[in-house]
Design a protein around this ligand. Structure first.
Ligand code: DC
Length: 234
């Protein structure tokens, strides 16, 4: 698996790679902010949510029941997940470009169930930790600070009111020319928050030493600036 945005650098001050964990609920702006922070710092970015989405996409495409934990886990173990070289948003599932498909409402509804299975998480976390051993990076998800990279140099927990997060997702859909319904998006976000926070394995919650940033009313640029400042001062 590869995601080459920016270059790998050693933090010469500390003589080791720099790892930045950004966690938080759906629609808090993690991916956009994490990507921009990585660009500004000149290091790589890994979107772990996209990895779970690829598994959910493949499960749906294969017509496998989401409730069949054994089959879903086997899919997770046997899928090649790759991120694009130059087109920074592209994601590949077994060499097929699934960039758009993994953002569909069907995948968004299925992914929390897939991500709740321990075997699926083990496969994804192994890949995520492998990437972290290769260099400095910004990783975003739900359990990065608490579980995947407990020794991360900086841990950020991004949050915002559910209504604001739903509005952001709704506007993203509209801007992408997709049909959307604000009430439905809010309902989906609340359902996903509940599933992600209440699941048994690595549930969504801030790490003890995470810096909590409420992004309600803040622009992407403002949040990015705040995080870059925190990282530079760390
Ligand atoms: O960030 P996102 O909406 O693309 O995440 C998709 C789903 O994957 C979400 O329901 C939570 C799950 N996820 C997870 O459990 N652990 C992660 N590190 C990242 C995402």
């Amino acid at each position: 698996m590869n995601k080459r945005i920016g270059v790998r650098i050693l933090d010469t001050k500390k003589g080791k790679f720099q790892h930045i964990a950004i966690d938080g609920p759906a629609g808090a702006g993690k991916s956009t902010v994490a990507r921009k922070v990585a660009e500004k710092l000149g290091i790589c970015y890994l979107d772990t949510g996209a990895m779970y989405r690829v598994v959910a996409y493949k499960v749906l495409a294969a017509g496998i029941s989401l409730l069949d934990e054994e089959k879903v886990t086997s899919i997770a173990k046997n899928t090649k997940i790759r991120f694009g070289y130059s087109e920074e948003n592209s994601v590949y599932c077994d060499d097929k470009d699934v960039t758009d498909q993994i953002r569909s409402p069907e995948v968004s509804r299925a992914v929390s169930v897939v991500a709740s299975y321990q075997g699926v998480r083990e496969s994804m976390v192994t890949l995520q930790r492998q990437e972290a051993t290769k260099g400095s990076l910004v990783m975003d998800g739900r359990d990065i600070g608490t579980y995947v990279l407990p020794e991360a140099d900086v841990k950020i927990y991004l949050t915002a009111l559910a209504e604001e997060r739903a509005k952001r997702r709704y506007l993203e859909h509209i801007e992408a020319g997709k049909e959307s319904n604000l009430e439905q998006v809010l309902l989906d976000i609340e359902t996903r928050d509940r599933l992600d926070s209440e699941r048994e394995h690595a549930p969504l919650r801030p790490a003890e030493n995470a810096i909590i940033l409420d992004t309600t009313g803040l622009s992407i640029e403002e949040v990015t600036r705040k995080i870059v400042k925190i990282v530079r001062e760390a």
